[in-house]
Design a protein around this ligand. Structure first.
Ligand code: COA
Length: 186
């Protein structure tokens, strides 16, 4: 069964949403570099772009159940324009939790793609055999991202004070958010 889903965005454009697979490393890498250059709301930035090998290693972890990645692809260019990923812990006491990272390129922001990807990724986690809790951190001033997460069902659990230092020397607080996705005692 194909996991590809063709979705129409708020402005009428279409994207293909599917799980990442072998052969995607280059386009996911290009997306992460473009996103890192476009915003100071994520850890990645211009002078600190990840090597493609790191992206490939994440893709290699998917069939082993150690990583989850959903991509949105522009059907015209074949480029990745959005991504939602979950990192699974390797330490036993943390194995019930998965950590979310996500982004949408500026060309495709504010037309519903982020919310759609987030909702599909959460639904996928609900059918995961061991994941019970979802985690994320978001820069406190990233108001629309925080609201998107709240709407999806995350709750704000705390604040890490000046946990990020931007390249210009200014500090940001991060909000820790979490969501419980199964009955207690599963
Ligand atoms: C946060 C992000 C993933 C949201 O993706 P998106 O595709 O723009 O999200 P949506 O179109 O589904 O919009 C979600 C909500 O945020 C609002 N929104 C999105 N971008 C906005 C902006 N720049 N300013 C104001 N509101 C904005 C939308 O209007 C929408 O609200 P609504 O449902 O009330 O209309 C995307 O903006 C992004 O990648 N930003 C840079 C990286 C980042 O912040 N990642 C998250 C790190 S935790």
């Amino acid at each position: 069964m194909s996991d590809e889903q063709r979705v129409t965005l708020g402005d009428g454009r279409e994207v293909i949403m599917r799980h990442s697979r072998q052969g995607d490393a280059e386009r996911v890498h290009a997306y992460i570099c473009a996103l890192g250059r476009s915003t100071d709301m994520i850890l990645t930035y211009e002078d600190d772009l990840p090597p493609i090998e790191r992206i490939q290693s994440h893709i290699d972890m998917i069939p082993k159940g150690q990583f989850y990645s959903l991509v949105a692809i522009d059907p015209e260019s074949g480029d990745v324009v959005g991504n939602a990923s979950f990192r699974f812990a390797v330490r036993k006491k943390l194995m019930h939790a998965a950590e979310l990272g996500m982004g949408v390129l500026p060309s495709h922001q504010r037309v519903g793609l982020g919310s759609m990807m987030l909702n599909r990724a959460i639904e996928d986690m609900k059918s995961h055999p061991t994941i019970e809790r979802l985690d994320l951190t978001v820069i406190a001033s990233n108001t629309h991202a925080r609201e998107m997460y709240l709407r999806a069902g995350f709750v704000e659990e705390g604040v890490k004070i000046r946990s990020l230092k931007q390249p210009d020397g200014t500090y940001d607080d991060e909000v820790v958010m979490g969501m419980w996705i199964c009955e207690l005692g599963r």
